[in-house]
Ligand binder design. Structure first.
Ligand code: GLU
Length: 451
């Protein structure tokens, strides 16, 4: 094996732009990036777009945008399709040397005669020491003289990968386990073109919770970074989550930033077995990272999603809003379901337009009694600050509510303020709305009872 210990570490991420950036690919990119950074090396991005039928600029853009958004910046970039001349040069060289040959064969249903270029297999055992999987041995005899190009201008994937890795000086190939069976072929090609052998690290599969392989076919868009980004997941939680798919710091630390990963990541400690994608864990992480944002940052994001709501009410409602979401995207559904109607300015004419019976506690039919409770509250909250803490309002009303029955007193109050069967408790509602708005709503509820 070629000694690469003295050379500068160069890793690469080599996605094919044939689909939206997959979560598994993000992990490959992340681990390759981390390994380069922690060794003061270089991280190369190579778009493998030689499959012209399936590669699209849209997917390429999605991949590039996704990596940039996550902060996985590359030091060098190229597209495989732009290197056709170089591939051709190497191909010609090994045909000339006799290590590969042009073979005319029947292909396709019609049995058309076509040329392919086959690699003359030396039929030997190939062994390599994978940083994650340990010693791996393959007998390449069973591969036969495998195809390396459809024509001199159309190398297939294995050949292009080897040439490009060689020319870019890649020292460490970190990639998904699905490529492990490609490795012996690629090693044989390397030996033929005189390329040093990089060090390999094959990452374990990512599995869904039922332990099936996470795949687009079975799990749809939930396998792409885009899906999580569109739901409003923060990049910090995605990096944290993906960095722990198959690796952990070996202690109980759960919150790691990209910088923390650069410091702590150890490729040798990546697990061999499949890594389970636990979406609840991702949600938990996202909540943790939301909590780390400043109130102003959260307010900006929430306000963008709820531009029709009064900003100062949103500001006071932030803790309640955050309590109900895992990702900012959850807000859209909650708004649609009317969960935040209590924050609207036209509450009384819209969300407040409910049947008066709704104001009365279970089994209660005495409107005057309910109205009396509301009147007491109206009077009482005149004597507390305009924006009381929930505790202040509670202290002012608790004794009365305990004496008259909490449901009897607090249910009508909560309903008058929220117009919903479920909402934050009335003390929290008053702290958000302030006593002026609360009083208007209570007043409207009393009038409604007597209508
Ligand atoms: N282009 C290949 C893929 O997207 C990766 C090739 C490699 O990492 O060697 O799966």
């Amino acid at each position: 094996m070629t000694d690469t210990t003295n050379s500068k570490v160069v890793t690469r991420f080599a996605p094919s732009p044939t689909g939206f950036l997959h979560i598994g690919s993000v992990r490959t990119a992340l681990f390759s990036y981390l390994y380069a950074k922690q060794n003061d090396g270089k991280f190369v991005l190579r778009i493998e777009d030689t499959d012209k039928a399936r590669s699209t600029p849209e997917y390429e853009k999605d991949i590039m945008d996704g990596l940039e958004w996550l902060g996985l910046n590359h030091d060098e970039f190229f597209r495989q399709s732009e290197r056709a001349d170089i591939h051709k040069k190497y191909l010609q060289k090994i045909i000339d040397s006799g290590a590969a040959y042009i073979s005319k064969e029947k292909v396709g249903k019609e049995g058309d005669r076509e040329e392919v270029i086959r690699f003359k297999n030396p039929n030997k055992k190939v062994a390599f020491d994978d940083l994650i999987r340990g010693h791996v041995e393959f007998d390449t005899t069973e591969l036969g003289d495998f195809v390396i190009a459809k024509s001199i201008d159309e190398p297939i994937f294995h050949f292009a990968v080897v040439v490009d890795d060689f020319e870019a000086g890649i020292t460490h190939v970190i990639r998904g386990e699905d490529h492990i069976s490609n490795t012996p072929r690629q090693i044989l090609i390397q030996e033929t073109i005189g390329a040093p052998r990089p060090i390999y690290a094959h990452l374990p599969l990512i599995l869904a919770e039922d332990r099936s392989k996470l795949s687009k076919r079975k799990h749809g868009e939930a396998v792409s970074l885009k899906f999580y980004r569109e739901q409003g997941y923060l990049k910090e939680s995605l990096i944290n989550f993906i960095g722990m798919l198959g690796w952990n710091p070996g202690n109980d630390e759960e919150l790691l930033s990209l910088d923390d990963f650069v410091k702590k990541f150890t490729i040798e400690k990546v697990q061999k077995g499949g890594a389970i994608f636990n979406v609840e864990k991702l949600k938990w992480l996202n909540r943790e990272y939301i909590k780390k944002l400043s109130a102003n940052e959260i307010l900006e994001i929430v306000y963008q999603k709820m531009p029709d709501y009064p900003r100062e009410l949103l500001e006071r409602a932030l803790p309640s809003i955050i309590d109900h979401i895992s990702v900012f995207g959850d807000i859209d559904l909650l708004v649609k379901n009317g969960e935040f109607d209590y924050l609207t300015t036209d509450f009384i004419s819209k969300a407040g337009n409910f049947a008066k019976e709704k104001l009365m506690w279970k089994g209660e039919s005495d409107k005057a009694l309910t109205a009396g409770h509301l009147q007491f509250i109206l009077k009482t909250i005149k004597n507390i600050p305009e924006f009381p803490t929930p505790e202040q309002t509670k202290a002012a009303l608790w004794e009365y509510a305990s004496e008259k029955g909490r449901g009897q007193v607090l249910w009508p109050l909560r309903f008058a303020l929220s117009g919903k069967d479920k909402s934050p408790d009335p003390f929290v509602l008053i702290s958000i709305l302030g006593t002026t708005i609360a009083s208007e709503r209570i007043d409207a509820a009393i009038k409604k009872l007597f209508l």
